[in-house]
Design a protein around this ligand. Structure first.
Ligand code: SF4
Length: 87
């Protein structure tokens, strides 16, 4: 199990130059794209800010998704997330 608190404590002790170096090495990796497939959700998780956001509930247009797929670089990492639940 990953001890995120320990990692956070360790990183807080790093000098700024080491933090910057780590951030730059992350940017050298595959670009990450976060795509929201839906803004609709039938759940009400208590930590979720959905109810405070005023916008149309909708699904990502499949044609727009095709355009996005053609536009994404080959090494892109796509994460489907956002404030909706397409399932
Ligand atoms: S969008 Fe995600 S976090 Fe928010 S209520 Fe739905 S499932 Fe929960």
């Amino acid at each position: 199990m990953i001890d995120f608190d320990k990692i956070r404590e360790d990183v807080m002790e790093w000098p700024c130059s080491q933090v910057l170096e780590a951030q730059i090495s992350l940017m050298d990796g595959s670009p990450l794209f976060d795509i929201e497939a839906s803004s609709i959700c039938n759940l009400e998780c208590n930590f979720c800010p959905r109810s405070k956001i005023i916008r149309k509930n909708n699904f990502l247009d499949p044609d727009l998704f095709k355009v996005l797929c053609n536009w994404l670089p080959e090494n892109a990492v796509v994460m489907f997330s956002g404030l909706g639940n397409p399932f």
